[in-house]
Ligand binder design. Sequence first.
Ligand code: PHE
Length: 346
Amino acid sequence: MSDSLTITPEAVAAAVQDALAAFTAAEDTAALKAARAAHAAEASPLAKLNASLRSVAPENKAEFGKLVGQARGEVNRAFTEREEQLAQAETAARLEAERIDITAVASRTRVGARHPLTLLQEQISDIFVGMGWEIAEGPELEHEWFNFDSLNFDVDHPARQMQDTFFVDPVERHLVMRTHTSPVQMRTMLERDVPIYALCPGRVYRTDEFDATHLPVFSQFEGIVVDKGITMAHLKGTLDHAAKVLFGPEAKTRFRTNYFPFTEPSAELDLWHPTFKGGARWIEWGGCGMINPNVLRAAGLDPEVYSGFAFGMGIERTLMFRSDVQDMRDMAEGDVRFSEQFGMVV
Ligand code: PHE
């Protein structure tokens, strides 16, 4: 069998040259492995030369042994070297192929911000819903009867005048942009069964100037309760609770006598604002009172059996002194930079 070759320095050098040339020619790891199989593994010329050491004359054994040993060492080193080269080249090629340009500008969508009035209105609604109240709504374009007559306003009450109220053409239809949320008192009493515990937040309209403390369109929240045995103490307790949730545990309310046609007795409602920017103080917050018996009667309820209370506050005003907003017009102009300052919660 031709398992052995005759060892000569030339034959060994040729086998080494062939192996090195094959390694260099290999262009990837797979080709390199094939080259090793052909030139360094069993059955390769070098292996055969090694095997033929057995038949070398004893006096030449040491010399040829050394020759073949060196040759195999050289081939192995060349293999390892080429293997490393190819591995590095392959890694570099893969990195290049999978490269991501992190300097590219990402397209970004701005999330915007919810309007602070919406947030505050929701927070106020939550306070009352948390006490088991319902949310009630009414139309902004309202019949004069709901806005005024049913609420016990005289025909010639000054609030009805053109200087205060937006009347909608044709005037004979008696439609107005509601001037307050109080018409929802009457709508709620007509639409729902007693007992009633309802909160109505919503937009109202007055022919006011557009300035730092007035908007011709603004928002109010109206509270209305009708049940048996309701007293002014319930009204006070309810308002104190809402004040504390919105303005902290030291907040409270106080009443000053006032007049509204639809409540009797009526009160101006002041809020003790413990964390007001310029120092703790009383601030006018809204109006309130016990529902006038005439109003209960207009809703078909017997004032001898039922009593109730109502209150109404401005939401823009509340936001102003709660969050130290200097100019109410910022709330109407819709600049997102204003809204963003409030984040997602008030
Ligand atoms: N509607 C009144 C206003 O806008 C406020 C108010 C509501 C007063 C309920 C008493 C009861 O000024």
